[in-house]
Design a protein around this ligand. Structure first.
Ligand code: 5AD
Ligand code: SF4
Length: 359
């Protein structure tokens, strides 16, 4: 789908047209990735972060947040629990910080792999190519690194470079991850102050150009202990500011499914936070095929406060989740739930070893 067509859809608000978009995305989702909803256990292993993103509650300068780092034994216990709950993947997520030492992560990956058959997804921010390679060698399968916005000027404003080292381009890192053989995921926020509809159209077109294996996108949610939450007016776009609404997120999800038909796309925690009653169902009806229950131990959960009111998405009642999926005509996924994109690439490695070149 071309960028102009995407932009046209983002501007569209006629209910009959939007219903057509939803049906089309849902059909493509069913044809390409099926009715299974892959469940990924998220474990938020540390909330320490060296960055100063203007929108995020984990930003280093937020001194009101108590910081933690789980022990390896605690993370392993979560992985075992994920396995007992029948989940096929564990996602190790943390802020970006060298406090999480690369060797410690490698060791953790090896221990999880030794004890379980879980796929391991890492979401640990920008790390060096050497570290990413070491973790892949240790057995990590997938890596998530959202580019947040494809508008370089906006990114610079809201995601300042780290003072302690030269800036790395996230697109270059995504290319690095692909050539290391990871399943590669990226994404953006919807309704970030300063994001215009044309920017969101560019983001979605870029998902397609990068031929991503996983795409995560959710609404921006204001956090009072951040510069953006304290002073939103300073950041808002003068025209065509993207609203951080459930409707806009659903449109963006559907367009993402059309841009990346084979990708694994979650109904995100942020969407469920914005629409606690039916965010999961709406996400899954508008193109998503993944859900990520949170298995972080309860004593740490409140401290992984990226934004306030974060939905619990706990696995407390797996039966209730199954019932909700079945009511939608969907089934819980079995096994690792690798993306068809990555499986095809692995079968024909010469076809595309790098990310598709970006124009
Ligand atoms: N609202 C919604 N999403 C956010 N993220 C960070 N801060 C916020 C916020 N205030 C998202 C970013 C980041 C991921 C960890 O969470 O996209 O990549
Ligand atoms: Fe850190 Fe990621 Fe939050 Fe930025 S978005 S402050 S890198 S956790």
């Amino acid at each position: 789908m071309q960028r102009e067509e995407i932009l046209g859809w983002l501007r569209q608000d006629r209910p009959d047209a939007l219903e057509r978009l939803q049906k089309r995305a849902d059909r493509v989702r069913r044809e390409r990735v099926g009715d299974a909803v892959h469940l990924r256990a998220i474990v938020e292993i540390s909330n320490v972060c060296a960055r100063r993103c203007a929108y995020c509650g984990l930003r280093g300068p937020n001194s009101r947040l108590p910081r933690y780092c789980m022990t390896a034994a605690e993370v392993l216990a979560c992985a075992r629990r994920a396995r007992r709950c029948g989940l096929g993947t564990v996602v190790l997520q943390a802020g970006e910080s060298d406090a999480l030492c690369a060797d410690w992560i490698s060791d953790l990956i090896r221990r999880i792999k030794r004890e379980t058959d879980l796929a391991i997804t890492l979401s640990l921010g920008e790390r060096s190519p050497e570290e990413l390679a070491a973790w892949r060698r240790a057995g990590a399968d997938r890596y998530l690194l959202r580019f947040e916005t494809s508008n370089a000027e906006l990114l610079q404003r809201v995601h300042p470079p780290r003072p302690d080292r030269p800036e790395r381009s996230r697109l270059a890192l995504l290319g690095e991850l692909r050539s290391l053989g990871y399943e590669v995921g990226s994404g953006c926020m919807v309704g970030l102050p300063g994001q215009q509809l044309a920017d969101l159209a560019d983001d979605i077109a870029l998902f397609g150009e990068l031929d991503l294996d996983m795409v995560g996108l959710g609404p921006y949610l204001a956090h009072p202990d951040t510069p953006m939450g304290r002073n939103p007016a300073r950041y808002l776009a003068a025209s065509e500011q993207v609203p951080a609404s459930v409707e806009m997120c659903c449109k963006a999800l559907a367009l993402t499914r059309l841009a990346c038909p084979d990708a694994n796309i979650p109904a995100t925690t942020a969407l469920v936070t914005l629409a606690p009653e039916d965010g999961l169902e709406r996400g899954l009806r508008w193109g998503a095929n993944v859900f990520m229950p949170n298995l972080t131990p309860s004593e740490y959960r409140a401290s992984y406060r990226i934004y306030p009111g974060k939905a619990d998405c706990a696995d407390g009642d797996p039966d209730a989740l199954q019932r909700r999926l079945r009511r939608l005509g969907r089934t819980p996924g079995r096994g690792r739930g690798d993306s068809p994109n990555w499986l095809a690439r692995r079968a024909a490695p010469s076809a595309a070893n790098g990310l598709r070149p970006v124009a």
